[in-house]
Ligand binder design. Structure first.
Ligand code: ADP
Ligand code: ASP
Ligand code: MG
Length: 425
């Protein structure tokens, strides 16, 4: 008998009908002779609605209390799902993240899992139950407070439980048929990928392909847990994310030169204007940002103006951290020494990802050519060995993604990619 960990995202359990549909699917897996652990997200857009509600009572809600509030979303779906499964004549028990042994650090709203002790889950499935676990949440080892793992964190819960339980497979069920060469909501001609390496998936996820959370992929790579991303609305095979290519029929799926195009409109740009061009300035700025526990993404420093010896430093960061970053820099203005700060949240990032880039020198030139043909202006550039990203105006992003997708021959000539549910929020 195998042990299967399945994760169902918010769009799969958006309403009572969705919960009943998912319950049937879980029972099928159990009937096939598996032990089943199902990780579940909050229903539909519940998490966003709870955040909106919190912001109505406090513009910057206290981290501890926000976590307490948000974890309620997953509790609702786990209990309803367990009820629906029992209604189908099977035994099920629901568990909070804390009960499931998901132990984290103490960083509220984006805690990291440091250990998983799934004793209660193991006992529950050994007794013949289907175990339902609330995703996205854990408990701090030090403070014993309830924590959340950051938006989309149920994916990480699933992979962490799969690793701790030594599961045979971790299935991530969502509202599209797998990982596509671009977001199917933006590119109708996106193609489903049969297999993608952890490395390429990590870059796609880190650069905005929210079909999988990047921390979940990091975790899966570290413990070598293959992930099968598929739709909870169709019976189709999805995408395998793993270290080695999968077999299909009698041949192996090949590593693509370009895996796909990711985009992200959740970042903002801060420009620190009038910084003295001397050693230690960048260190002072980014120490201030790091002390506020904010992760930054791209950085660019302008050439300093000869007359003044002053320069500008721009960097991008999640919009959600914008206020905090501005406040931290303002507080340290005299220590750092700068004239002013500019905040721009009308930016977007487009990234081309693929391991084949390493050995194909023309890729960067073709990427820029596609953007220029589409009339898209580039503001920032960053690269890694297997990725090239640019920042543009937010309004240009969708057009740019489609142009790049076509230019690299990624458009499918068959059916349009299906999005089964969800609001894309
Ligand atoms: P869930 O609620 O199941 O966690 P998410 O909304 O977090 O679902 O992730 C699924 C969504 O990810 C899809 O609806 C799609 O719009 C988006 N997405 C972005 N990039 C991709 C991609 N490359 N392949 C598939 N889906 C993508
Ligand atoms: N409900 C949480 C969110 O919306 C976690 C998740 O869905 O993975 O971010
Ligand atoms: Mg998700």
């Amino acid at each position: 008998m195998g042990l299967v960990v399945q994760k169902y995202g918010g769009s799969s359990v958006a309403d009572a009908e969705g919960i009943k549909r998912v319950a049937k699917r879980i029972v099928e897996a159990k009937k096939n002779g598996n032990q089943v652990v199902a990780v579940v997200s909050a229903m539909g857009d519940t998490t966003d609605e709870l955040i909106d509600l919190a912001e109505q009572v406090s513009p910057i809600p206290a981290g501890r209390e926000l976590d307490m509030l948000l974890t309620a979303g997953e509790r609702i779906s786990m209990a309803l799902l367990a009820m629906a499964i029992k209604n189908l004549g099977h035994e099920a028990q629901s568990f909070t993240g804390s009960q499931a042994g998901v132990i984290t650090d103490s960083v509220h709203n984006k805690a990291r899992i440091i250990d998983v002790t799934p004793g209660r889950i193991r006992t529950s499935v050994d007794e013949g139950n289907i175990a339902i676990v609330a995703g996205f949440q854990g408990v701090s080892q030090d403070s014993k407070d309830i924590t959340t793992l950051g938006r989309g964190g149920s994916d990480t819960t699933a992979v962490a439980l799969a690793a701790a339980l030594d599961a045979d497979v971790c299935e991530i069920y969502t509202d599209v048929d797998g990982v596509f060469t671009a977001d199917p909501r933006v590119v109708k001609k996106a193609k489903k990928i049969d297999w993608i390496s952890f490395e390429d998936m990590l870059e796609l996820a880190a650069n905005g392909s929210k079909v999988l959370l990047h921390r979940c992929v990091e975790y899966a790579r570290r413990y070598d847990i293959p992930i099968h991303v598929r739709s909870s609305f169709s019976g189709l095979k999805g995408t395998w994310v793993s270290s080695e290519p999968i077999e299909q029929g009698d041949k192996q799926v090949e590593q693509a030169i370009i895996s796909g195009v990711a985009h992200d409109t959740s970042e903002a740009k801060i420009t620190v204007v009038g910084v003295p061009d001397k050693p230690g300035e960048a260190a002072a700025i980014f120490r201030t940002i790091a002390d506020a526990e904010i992760n930054i993404d791209m950085i660019v420093q302008n050439v300093s103006a000869a007359a003044t010896g002053l320069t500008d430093i721009s960097f991008t960061l999640p919009k959600a951290e914008g206020r905090k970053a501005i406040d931290a820099l303002e507080k340290n203005r005299s220590g750092i020494g700068f004239d002013s700060l500019r905040y721009d949240d009308q930016i977007g990032k487009i990234s081309l990802v693929g391991a084949g880039m390493k050995t194909n020198p023309g890729v960067t030139a073709d990427f820029f050519k596609a953007l220029s043909d589409a009339g898209v202006n580039i503001e920032l550039i960053s690269t890694s060995e297997i990725r090239i990203s640019v920042v543009t105006r937010k309004d240009d992003v969708n057009e740019a993604v489609r142009a790049v997708h076509t230019a690299f021959g990624l458009d499918s000539d068959s059916d349009e990619a299906v999005v089964y549910g969800g609001t894309g929020r």
